[in-house]
Design a protein around this ligand. Structure first.
Ligand code: 13P
Ligand code: SF4
Length: 301
């Protein structure tokens, strides 16, 4: 029996559904039941009926699924697949900011540990950060952990005062404005599509800025035939599936997230077989982390 056949058989046996992010390997995206950006996947996690969610992504994604669905078994193919940025904020600094600004909202990118979420007022993803920040009654925003998404949101919501944190995604910050300009020189007719985890200098060059789903939707509906892609190259799978006649270019050789790429078909099979990589959270932490996630689902929909 092939690995894929075994996975299909185990899915039935475990009553499991497979969720995958656009950055995981093509072969994994191809067998997933749901593939999407972080906001879509967190919404899907609240509606699936299967008893088991197998999350093909990094730790904070499995954690968010578990926080939202305590009654379900959430398993990860590789427990070491973790987003470094998810850890890049400090609870002590959050407390300090709360003391300093009375009217403060701590806005936490979903790419964060469950612990950081417990200190936050609302979560956001790259697809809804602008909308949610704008809707908050607070004037002062402490945006954690990603400085670049925070700066992008601030540029769109100038009426608010932002305090930034120095977290970053090494994949997106490896894309320089110089790289993008060179790619544009090589492909002058191409549209530049940028994820807001990129630096502000790169977002300033963009024809479109948005989440992974946003980038895919934009390229699919655009009349242009060529695109320069400024995000992790896992999105190429869906871009090419939906747009076989269009061309997509990278801006360098570092647009790969090593943590997302840890997920393989073999690890999926092993996880479904052993059911050992379960995501567990102390109930007190889960309940505290649930509040900002629920507020995001409410304000972001
Ligand atoms: P989105 O798919 O929500 O744009 O997230 C990007 C990302 O970096 C996930 O790790
Ligand atoms: Fe984290 Fe960046 Fe990888 Fe996304 S692409 S999981 S933000 S390191």
């Amino acid at each position: 029996m092939s690995t894929i056949d075994k996975i299909q058989e185990l899915k039935k046996r475990r009553d499991a559904v497979i969720l995958a992010h656009y950055y995981v390997d093509d072969k994994v995206q191809a067998i997933a039941d749901y593939v999407g950006d972080s906001f879509y996947l967190s919404k899907v996690a609240t509606t699936v009926e299967a008893k088991t969610i197998l999350f093909c992504g990094v730790s904070f994604m499995g954690e968010s699924a578990k926080i939202l669905n305590p009654e379900k078994t959430v398993i990860m193919p590789d427990m070491q697949a973790d987003c470094p940025m998810a850890h890049m904020a400090e609870p002590e600094k959050i407390s300090r900011m709360r003391r300093e600004y009375e009217d403060l909202a701590v806005v936490c990118y979903i790419n964060s540990t469950a612990e950081l979420k417990t200190y936050s007022d609302v979560c956001v993803t790259s697809s809804n950060a602008v909308k949610i920040v704008r809707a908050l009654p607070n004037r002062h925003i402490y945006f954690i952990p990603d400085e670049n998404l925070g700066r992008y949101a601030a540029s769109q919501v100038p009426e608010k005062h932002f305090i930034f944190n120095d977290g970053f995604c090494h994949v997106h910050t490896s894309i320089s404005a110089e790289n993008v300009r060179k790619a544009k020189e090589a492909h002058p007719g191409a549209e530049i599509l940028v994820h807001p985890e990129c630096t502000l200098e790169v977002t300033k060059l963009a024809d479109y800025i948005g989440s992974t789903s946003g980038i895919i939707d934009f390229a699919t509906s655009s009349p242009a035939g060529e695109f320069i892609i400024c995000t992790e190259m896992g999105v190429l799978y869906e871009l090419r599936q939906k747009n076989p006649g269009k061309r997509f270019y990278s801006v360098g050789h570092r647009q790969f997230c090593p943590n997302m790429k840890r997920i393989s078909l073999e690890k999926i099979e092993d996880a479904l077989e052993s059911m050992s990589n379960t995501v567990e959270l102390p109930e007190e932490r889960r309940l505290l982390a649930l509040r900002p996630l629920e507020r995001m689902l409410q304000l972001g929909s």
